[in-house]
Design a protein around this ligand. Structure first.
Ligand code: 2HA
Ligand code: ZN
Length: 275
């Protein structure tokens, strides 16, 4: 089957278009990866080529040995993905040691997978483990309000989690485990991938100070929805902080506990600290 006729590829392309429409992907900003199901691979097997060379991933992901991923290309613009997915995205295969990849489809005019491939694959490895294989999507974007907050809030997971939970009542239900925050680091390599995947053991969201956000989820809807929810909460917090430095009233810790009980979610007490 033609890759672009599959449901997974169409979902991937739609998510890139949606992210572009949200304004989260200036120029070549952001990247997306999807860990393909065995049936996805079977569906497109005839369209996969074997003539491309193996390349180092730049880190080691042994738990992803033999897995296939659809990923955006390095330097490619989300704005262009829906116009020409075969030019802007690719399918890669990870070797049996989890140290190399090769392109099996796409990037028809040349290029490589995303510059953040180490972070994507290390996040996938962690999430595959902690979710018993359910998580398949890793998404990196540059949403303006979350980035703005990294200049004014302490770079502390507990503070970001609590402040964003307070902004929209759905937030603790959508990301009950909270949000991990990493200080500024050089993007694109193994070092930032190690830090981010460490946060992903506990959280589905990781913020890179002065840069952007990573989200992990089971499918395109959940992962896009998670990014969207966090950024919406950040937008409200930016508006609140722009009106006055404090809040006149907010959701209390006991109200969060009642919400957790009624919605059957566990909210870690470390985020319900007294201010
Ligand atoms: O340019 O977002 O972090 C792609 C990126 C790098
Ligand atoms: Zn980025």
């Amino acid at each position: 089957m033609n890759v672009l006729d599959t449901k997974f590829a169409q979902g991937f392309v739609r998510m890139c278009e949606d992210g572009w429409n949200q304004g989260w992907h200036e120029r070549n900003g952001g990247n997306l990866s999807y860990r393909m199901k065995p049936e996805d691979v079977e569906e497109v097997r005839d369209a996969l080529s074997t003539d491309k060379a193996w390349n180092p991933i730049g880190t080691s992901v042994p738990e992803l040995a033999g897995e296939y991923f659809m990923v955006t290309g390095s330097g490619k613009y989300f704005r262009n993905v829906s116009l020409d997915p075969a030019d802007t995205t690719c399918i890669i295969e990870v070797d049996e040691k989890g140290e190399q990849y090769r392109i099996r489809w796409g990037l028809v005019n040349g290029g490589q997978p995303t510059s953040e491939l180490p972070s994507h694959l290390m996040n996938h490895e962690v999430k595959k483990n902690v979710s018993q294989g359910r998580h398949r999507v890793i998404y990196h974007a540059h949403p303006a309000n979350v980035i703005a907050l990294t200049f004014v809030l302490p770079l502390d997971s507990a503070v970001f989690t609590r402040e964003l939970w307070e902004m929209v009542t759905e937030c603790p239900v959508v990301f009950p485990a909270g949000i991990g925050v990493a200080g500024w680091m050089v993007p694109g390599g193994r070092k930032i991938a190690v830090v981010t995947s460490g946060l992903m053991k506990e959280y589905d969201v990781a913020i890179w100070a002065h840069h952007g956000m990573f989200c992990s989820g089971e499918d395109f809807d959940l992962t896009f929805g998670l990014m969207h929810t966090v950024e919406k909460a950040a937008e409200i917090l930016v508006k609140v902080l722009s009106m006055r430095p404090d809040k006149r009233q907010t959701v209390t810790t006991d109200e969060f506990r009642s919400l957790a009980a009624d919605f059957h979610v566990t909210l870690p007490e470390k985020f319900l600290y007294e201010k």
